[in-house]
Ligand binder design. Structure first.
Ligand SMILES: [Zn+2]
Length: 364
């Protein structure tokens, strides 16, 4: 039976004040719920869950490693069952018991009413709204700019954990696209991308902007096909057919020709790693990384040496997107997650009159 838990508080285990693994705990008079249990994105970065105690359920916003890559820590918090969308649950390690959350709907998690909606960021990715205290909205990672992944409007909440990964950054995605289009005009271009995030978004953009079709690595091609078929519920209307056509017709990567999309984004493994080993020391093709550059990876090293360029492709909200979200939810308290604490004054200005908190506990 679902009931309102009037007394509840939020503990920030990891994820506020710096880019790091996501892990939050919601304590109620009933169950204790964990929101995300990530790893990274810097190699070796685990959340410290030693003092957390017993958790009754672990809810996942999406399947990226910095949100769901820490599941090996579950035994330290009582081996809680996992709640995730069917698409995310499919990618969990074998033997992890999973209950299904809807892409857009309501679920009863041990008596707590949980609403979820698509977050515009990754296959199966959702925001979570918990009916505790005045309402807690956890955005996970989200974007309203994606032409590929659908984004559902979240309900009002007294407290919102926003995706502040980009700090005070406020450049529109169209500007990022224009810079990438300019690179494509100048010759062959390799884009190492994640197949379960902006990779398919970039493929769709190249196709729709008349810059494609891109040359695809096999993992990318399979990802497009999966999105167009089994995972099409997380897409914006009308997009699945274009992806299916791209998956069927786009050429393979067979030399430094055209624009090439290959996984993984940081070039540390996958098809991108093989291509970088091949082309890293030659003048062509141009190489552009479009996401976070984890220290110690080819993405960081090749951009530092000048062989590769970094041009961001937005997959997180801009400061103004978060300001709109905070106003729409009517939140009185905002926790900016995953961003650098030096942006605190910008967040305070953008989210006023809501108060901004980077440390818990937060009374809900
Ligand atoms: Zn993510």
């Amino acid at each position: 039976m679902m009931m309102p838990f009037d007394q509840a508080r939020l503990q920030i285990i990891s994820g506020a004040g710096a880019k790091g693994p996501a892990c939050f705990v919601v304590e109620t008079s009933g169950p204790r719920l964990m929101l995300d249990l990530g790893y990274g994105p810097q190699p070796g970065l685990w959340p410290d869950v030693d003092g957390v105690g017993h958790i009754d359920a672990l809810l996942l916003s999406h399947g990226h490693a910095d949100h769901a890559g820490g599941l090996r820590l579950r035994p330290k918090v009582g081996n809680p069952p996992v709640w995730a969308t069917a698409i995310v649950a499919r990618g969990l390690p074998p033997g992890v018991p999973a209950h299904v959350l809807p892409l857009n709907g309501t679920a009863d998690v041990l008596g707590v009413r949980v609403r979820s909606g698509r977050s515009g960021h990754a296959p199966g990715g959702i925001w979570l709204h918990l009916d505790v205290g005045g309402g807690l909205l956890y955005m996970g990672d989200n974007s309203s700019e994606s032409a590929l992944y659908a984004a559902d409007p979240p309900p009002p909440a007294a407290t919102v954990i926003v995706d502040a990964s980009y700090g005070h950054y406020d450049t529109p995605l169209e500007e990022c696209q224009a810079r990438i289009a300019h690179c494509i005009d100048r010759g062959p271009l390799l884009l190492p991308v994640p197949e379960n995030g902006r990779g398919p978004e970039i493929a769709l953009y190249l196709d729709q902007a008349g810059l494609g079709p891109p040359h695809l690595g096999e993992v990318m091609r399979n990802a497009l096909e999966r999105l167009a078929t089994t995972d099409s519920e997380c897409l914006r209307p009308g997009v699945a057919n274009r992806l299916a056509m791209l998956a069927a017709q786009a050429p393979a990567i067979g030399g430094a020709r055209g624009v090439m999309l290959a996984n993984r984004a940081d070039g540390a493994s996958g098809e991108a790693a093989e291509l970088l080993a091949h082309w890293g020391a030659s003048a062509e093709p141009a190489i552009v990384f479009t996401g976070y550059l984890p220290p110690g990876t080819p993405a960081a090293e090749l951009t530092a040496s000048g062989r590769a360029q970094y041009l961001r492709w937005n997959v997180h909200p801009r400061l103004s997107d978060n300001a709109v979200l905070v106003r729409a939810t009517g939140a009185a308290t905002v926790v900016p997650a995953f961003g650098d604490a030096k942006c605190l004054p910008d967040w305070q200005r953008a989210f006023a009159p809501a108060r901004v908190m980077l440390q818990g506990p937060v009374r809900l």
